[in-house]
Design a protein around this ligand. Structure first.
Ligand code: PLP
Length: 341
């Protein structure tokens, strides 16, 4: 890292590793990767490049963790590769072979390995795809050419202040994104969620917005949402309207093996309101890890989960997840990929 800044005091994602991997996609659908990482350099794009106008882009977010034995491992790399390939296909660009993207991620991590902070920090990995067609008239056409690259960012906690109960505003009018785009990790979704999120911060002091259009609970701007108690977890069933979180899938797998019943189904705002009287709520995501929800605001109504502090089941599940991520527990599901560094 050329910066001397501390990932624990710098904003999440504002520091960068010195190396990247990059491959150009040509019109024949071939990706040219040189086979190793190189120093990060600026991209040179004509102002008429497709991505700058028609948002032909998508990305991923995953992490490499410094293990308790000092080695380094990437968490669920194949699942993130699969989701990125799906996103690329859904923005109608030609996806790379999974093996190529996986290798580009491993190479980028190994090149930046020395910059991985110790837990609870990690090396956040950002594979990115952009459409490079030079045509400002191609609003209704995909970009046959593109750039696929992987950059890395040494990070501390996503939510400043470590594990603390979050305040969530429930937005029942404005959707996070359009239904057909919800499961794509596309920048367009995030800019759409920005307005309601900033308004909820300003007007309600909320950390995050839980999007529940018409009372149908989906996810927040950057994480999935769970309700739980001592016996059960409830989260929205997969459909195209929201991002299929890798952390969500991990929590469900672990929770079932820990003896919880897991229900994947529709959750209404009325049910959420009812759970605050007897259960816990938490967010899940690569950046958020498992973040306890302390209170929810629906309109002018404020409801507190339990005593407003992180719940025991949330903390137990979080610990189980981070133990696997950090190599402090066995890896029965094959989620860790060891890399050099
Ligand atoms: C909109 C949205 N939902 C959910 C998630 C959680 O997904 P994952 O657990 O794969 O990080 C993220 C973060 O990546 C996200 O941006």
């Amino acid at each position: 890292m050329s910066q001397t800044k501390d990932p624990f005091t710098s904003p999440f994602g504002s520091l960068f590793g010195d190396f990247m991997t990059i491959a150009a996609l040509d019109e024949a659908g071939h990706y040219a990767y040189e086979g190793s990482a190189k120093p990060v350099e600026n991209l040179s794009l004509h102002p008429g490049t497709h991505v700058l106008h028609y948002a032909s882009a998508c990305f991923e977010g995953l992490k490499a963790h410094r293990q308790v034995d000092g080695s380094l491992a990437i968490f669920r790399v194949d699942d993130h590769v699969a989701r990125m390939i799906q996103s690329i296909a859904k923005v109608r660009m030609s996806p790379p072979p999974a093996e190529l993207l996986r290798q580009m991620i491993v190479d980028a991590v190994e090149a930046n390995a020395s910059e991985t902070p110790a837990a609870p920090g990690s090396l956040y990995i950002r594979p990115t795809m952009i459409g490079t067609l030079l045509n400002i008239g191609a609003a209704a056409a995909p970009s046959p050419t593109g750039l696929l690259y992987v950059i890395c960012s040494p990070v501390g906690d996503y939510f400043a202040g470590g594990i603390r109960p979050l305040s969530i505003y429930v937005e029942t009018q404005i959707p996070r994104t359009t239904p057909q785009f919800g499961m794509i990790k596309s920048g367009a979704n995030y800019v759409m969620a920005l307005g309601p999120t900033l308004d909820a911060k300003r007007d309600h002091g909320a950390d995050q917005v839980l999007f529940a259009t018409g009372g149908d609970v989906t996810e927040t701007g950057a994480s999935n949402f769970f309700l739980c108690d001592d016996h059960k977890l409830v989260t929205r069933k997969l459909d195209e309207s929201f991002l299929h979180g890798v952390t969500r899938a991990s929590v469900i797998t672990m929770a079932r093996d820990m003896g919880y019943e897991v229900e994947e189904r529709a959750v209404t705002v009325d049910e959420l309101r009812e759970w605050t009287t007897r259960g816990e709520g938490f967010l899940s995501g690569t950046a958020a890890v498992l973040a306890p929800v302390g209170q929810v605001k629906i309109g002018d109504e404020t409801m507190v989960f339990g005593d407003g502090q992180p719940g025991p089941n949330t903390l137990k599940l979080r610990q189980a997840l981070t133990d696997i991520q950090l190599g402090a527990a066995p890896d029965p599901y094959g989620w860790r990929t060891p890399v050099e560094g």
